[in-house]
Ligand binder design. Structure first.
Ligand code: GTR
Length: 354
């Protein structure tokens, strides 16, 4: 066995290309397996979301043309829709390159509402000819313990939908996608879900649950994002479930310190986006996320693309080193110098891949 095969064998992962009932997955039945992967992850980790609303209403709150040195239009929109308990809405900020007729769009969920922001190099994105619709995640569901009494959580009965906050944020990304179906400037074939860290986990889940996303960009998403949980260093289920129980459904807690019993691992989440594209970003000093476990997850997930006759993760037979930009297939990975951060270096990768 070569190096990566040996390292992967040591992780003892559940089989990606076998149905839960033991049948082998073929290219023809992959979509059925993909839906099963999404179902397993919703049941065991993130919880189920309510059905999509029939329509999303859009109200323009503010519009500033020729912003950012004239390079872009800045709009603030309120998106709203009917829920089980009445209307719910959240604001988004949209930035569109001046004169764009059809351009790729990032649906970007961020930690702060400011535009630009240290994680949101707005001008550089406009220079690359891309639009962004930015969601501020606390506008959807508060990232803290609130007994699911605020934001979108309050609009549905949690006994019925087991969703945790990550699933709620991903649901909001799909509502932006609903809106983008009607936006004249948006190239519907190039809409990416993007986020960093907990919001990188969210971007992966949004793309897995919504096939309208052509690409998921998950930056430093780590534990319960792109990184394999079995054999992981840094953060484990124990720490993440103790500190952030409201991110998940209750079922996830039963696997704390019992990762080997999970009928899934995080390569299922990555593979659930196939044959669409995935870009994973890691940083060498981000040991909490564990760049090697992020990489091995990509190595394991690649089989889904290969089954479909696509190039998946094209990588050398070794662990990653800083400076690696492995993007010859539909599943890309980069490892940069530095710490846990959504850096311009990361954005530049995703701008090349959208
Ligand atoms: C950490 C958490 C990580 C990651 C990170 C972040 O505290 O343990 O899984 O989500 O937060 O979102 O910045």
């Amino acid at each position: 066995m070569n190096t990566i095969e040996t390292l992967l064998a040591a992780r003892r992962l559940p089989a990606l290309l076998r149905f839960a009932d033991g049948r082998a997955v073929t290219a023809e039945s992959f979509e059925e397996r993909r839906l099963e992967l999404v179902d397993i992850l919703c049941r065991e980790v993130y919880g189920y979301a309510p059905p999509a609303p029939a329509t999303v209403r859009v109200t323009e709150l503010k519009c500033k043309e020729k912003d950012f040195a004239g390079k872009g239009t800045l709009r603030q929109l309120q998106l709203s829709f009917d829920t089980d308990n009445g209307e719910f809405g959240f604001p988004v900020t949209e930035v569109i390159p001046t004169g764009a007729e059809k351009c790729p769009v990032f649906v970007f969920i961020n930690f702060r509402a400011e535009v630009p922001d240290r994680y949101f190099p707005t001008e550089e994105i406009l220079d690359a000819g891309c639009a962004v619709v930015r969601i501020y995640y606390n506008d959807v569901a508060f990232d803290g313990e609130d007994a699911f009494k605020g934001g979108i959580a309050a609009m549905y009965d949690r006994a019925k939908y087991s969703w945790g906050k990550i699933r709620m944020w991903a649901f909001a990304m799909s509502r932006v996608m609903d809106y983008l179906q009607t936006a004249p400037y948006a190239d519907k074939s190039r809409i990416a879900a993007i986020g960093h860290s907990r919001l990188g986990k969210t971007a992966l889940l949004a793309a897995a649950t919504d096939p309208r996303f052509s690409l998921a960009c998950a930056n430093c998403s780590g534990c319960t994002g792109d990184a394999l949980s079995r054999g992981k260093v840094g953060e484990h289920l124990k720490e993440i479930c103790e500190r952030f129980p409201y991110w998940f459904c209750e079922n996830y807690f039963k696997y704390v310190e019992k990762e080997e019993e999970m009928p899934f691992d995080q390569h299922f989440l990555v593979a659930a986006i196939a044959p669409r594209r995935v870009a994973l970003g890691a940083a060498i000093e981000d040991v909490w996320a564990d760049p090697n476990s992020q990489y091995l997850s990509a190595c394991a997930a690649s089989a889904a693309w290969e089954l479909l006759g696509e190039k998946g993760f094209v990588h050398p037979d070794r662990l990653p080193v800083p400076g690696d930009r492995l993007d010859a297939g539909r599943l890309a990975y980069h490892l940069r110098e530095g710490t846990h951060f959504f850096s311009r270096a990361d954005w530049h990768r995703y701008l090349c891949l959208i």
